[in-house]
Design a protein around this ligand. Structure first.
Ligand code: PSU
Ligand code: MN
Length: 301
């Protein structure tokens, strides 16, 4: 049922480095037409690190691991492309639908295809109004049950970051800062929260992955939280101001469910004159590069 590209299939079979990439950031997280350029650029960064990119999406009811140029273009430019969490996968397959995969759906399909390393911008998590809405991204629950290493710039700053870290602890998902003891804040290098563990090289990350496999226990992910370079972060004062306004706009317009994350990301781009987009992309690029290096270290096992 899974369509794995020849290139990805060969790399997995030969234990060469592969990095999974999600497609929701392309279809619903970034403005067009820049999104297609970014999708290609992120794949190029993976290749630059000597790894094979495996961008994941569902097209006409078939989950694809590794997209060609035309397929990538469909994800970026088709209006009908849905947003698929992991619970949506069987429904999309049976309906013959097309959709971009979130972190949860991407992680599931990557693991199924034997890809162990995955890069994204920021994870989903616990939303700020959780006590009222119970809105918590399915990313967290899926990562608690999937053996994959996710390189990310923390969780999106539109969320309740402290609550998200608490949930990750409860769920038993390992979290380590990359060369930092601060949990990154997506657009910002520091979310204001600490992490208990710091990893300093791709080789150290790969050692943790080996230990996960050797120790048994529940199949859970490893989150490698890699801060955006501080020179490329969004101005923290601007961030605090526009985020407040964007959250208010979201509430006023009654945006709910799956639409909240794309709406807030888009509002931030508009309200910062594109500065949040640059910070988002800087974070994503850095994560993809590090993921390429982790995949290479992992391939040496
Ligand atoms: N990171 C980004 N941009 C995005 C996302 C992550 O830089 O658009 C997406 C991811 O696919 C993540 C999803 O899984 O947002 C979370 O959506 P929700 O909060 O509805 O679960
Ligand atoms: Mn949600």
């Amino acid at each position: 049922m899974l369509v794995v590209s020849d290139e990805v299939e060969a790399a997995v079979a030969q234990r060469r480095p592969v990095v999974a990439l999600e497609s929701t950031i392309i279809a619903h997280g970034l403005p067009r037409p820049r999104n297609l350029r970014v999708a290609k650029e992120l794949e190029a960064v993976v290749r630059d690190e000597g790894a094979v990119p495996a961008t994941i999406a569902v097209l006409d009811g078939r989950p694809h691991v590794g997209l060609d140029e035309e397929q990538l273009e469909r994800v970026a430019h088709d209006d009908g492309i849905r947003k698929l969490g992991h619970r949506d996968l069987p429904l999309a397959v049976a309906a013959g639908a097309s959709g971009a995969t979130t972190v949860s759906a991407t992680a599931q399909l990557a693991a199924r295809a034997g890809v162990r390393v995955f890069a994204t911008g920021g994870l989903g998590g616990v939303h700020r109004e959780w006590t009222v809405t119970q809105d918590e991204s399915a990313d967290l629950g899926l990562l608690a049950r999937t053996r994959i290493t996710v390189v990310c710039a923390g969780v999106k700053s539109i969320l309740d970051v402290g609550a998200t870290l608490e949930r990750l602890e409860t769920l038993g998902v390992a979290v380590a800062g990359y060369r930092t003891n601060r949990f990154p804040g997506f657009y910002l290098a520091d979310s204001g929260h600490e992490v208990d563990w710091t990893l300093r090289s791709p080789g150290e990350v790969a050692e943790v992955m080996r230990a996960q496999d050797a120790l048994g226990g529940p199949e859970a992910a490893l989150i490698v939280a890699n801060p955006v370079p501080s020179g490329e972060q969004l101005d923290p004062v601007l961030h605090a101001r526009v985020l407040d306004d964007a959250l208010r706009a979201c509430e006023e317009r009654g945006i709910t469910g799956q639409a909240i994350t794309p709406f807030l990301l888009d509002e931030l781009v508009r309200r910062t004159d594109g500065a949040s987009l640059e910070a988002n992309l800087a974070a994503a690029r850095g994560n993809v590069r590090l993921a390429g290096r982790v995949a290479a270290a992992w391939a040496e096992r």
